[in-house]
Ligand binder design. Structure first.
Ligand code: GRG
Length: 313
């Protein structure tokens, strides 16, 4: 079996950041904060975070904070909860949460909770269980989960649970592995996993493994490296990860590497990008691939970073 091309991936991630005129950088300009989280967390898992200029990253992140307390995807854009979590996660990676006015960020997130317990993504009001997870994860990292109505947040998430054991983005929405990660993650972070039928959901999730060893996000769809994260982290949180063939999944992820120029793609022989590179490396970390740092399946941050937040000082 091929090995993980650690040095190539390291160089690839740095090259995307440097090459601002590349196609990938241009199409990602408005969501650069997500890109920063994917790239920097991948570097940390690979043991290469030292090579980054921390002050430069922090000063750019602070320039993306808007009056409301929320963060935008890049300087000059509107704030959104999606980018707010990425900003907080990157600050946590660098042990720099102290640069934040925590009350200000928490007020932004709290203000996005709706009467039924759901969360909007920004002032325009779209509701999605992704935003429930993000609000809960962000407030938990900032140690102020008590600022929202957790009971209502949990009850809204449970209203998105389907008869097949999975979860969708709103009540009645089709089960999808990405939304399942968000709902199971939010339930894990609020100590509410007892509401999940673990055998039923575990069955649905392990059915996502296809012949090549890769995982898809819902029935009849193609496998994609990113589901190595969304499906596997969910299976770990509900303690059913032994229901899939781990060795075949490792091989599928390694087969998606560009071994010459670095980076990981959605499927073998496709073009690589930072998103799939991160979720490929994160999936391998969940699979205990040798040499990688361990990642926490609920916070989507390296375990040592999570431990530092909750167990130091
Ligand atoms: C901190 C890890 C982390 C996440 C933050 C944004 C977010 C919270 C979660 C996103 C969860 C999600 C919905 C992931 C799925 C992304 C994806 C590949 C969507 C593609 O959907 P389709 O329908 O693809 O285009 P399929 O694979 O179903 O054909």
């Amino acid at each position: 079996m091929a090995e993980l091309a650690v040095d190539k991936h390291f160089k690839y991630i740095l090259s995307v950041e440097k090459n601002k005129d590349s196609f990938e950088s241009v199409v990602m300009d408005h969501l650069r904060m997500n890109g920063a989280y994917w790239g920097l967390t991948a570097l940390d898992l690979l043991g290469k975070l030292d090579s980054v200029n921390v002050d430069e990253v922090i000063s750019w992140i602070l320039k993306c904070q808007r009056e409301s307390g929320g963060f935008s995807g890049n300087i000059g854009y509107d704030p959104h909860i999606l980018y707010t979590l990425s900003a907080v996660q990157v600050l946590a990676l660098f042990n720099k949460l102290d640069v934040l006015d925590i009350d200000k960020v928490a007020t932004y997130i709290t203000g996005l909770q709706n009467e039924d317990g759901s969360f909007s993504g920004d002032m325009w009001g779209e509701v999605d269980t992704r935003f429930s997870y993000i609000a809960i994860c962000c407030l938990s990292i900032l140690c102020c989960l008590d600022k929202i109505n957790v009971e209502k947040a949990v009850s809204y998430i449970l209203s998105c649970k389907n008869l097949d054991g999975g979860f969708g983005c709103t009540p009645g929405g089709e089960s999808h592995a990405g939304q399942i990660f968000c709902c199971v993650g939010a339930l894990a972070l609020t100590g509410s996993l007892h509401y999940v039928d673990k055998d039923l959901l575990g069955w649905w999730l392990c059915e996502r493994q296809v012949k090549s060893g890769g995982l898809n996000g819902r029935p009849e769809k193609l496998p994609d490296v990113c589901y190595s994260w969304w499906v596997l982290s969910s299976l770990i949180m509900i303690d059913r990860v032994h229901w899939i063939d781990k060795e075949k999944l490792v091989k599928f992820i390694l087969d998606c590497q560009d071994v010459e120029n670095g980076g990981i793609s959605d499927r073998p022989d496709d073009a690589v990008d930072v998103y799939h590179t991160y979720f490929g490396v994160a999936g391998l970390s969940l699979l205990n691939y040798p040499g990688l740092k361990a990642i926490d399946p609920a916070y989507a941050l390296p375990v040592d970073v999570v431990n530092r937040i909750f167990f130091s000082g």
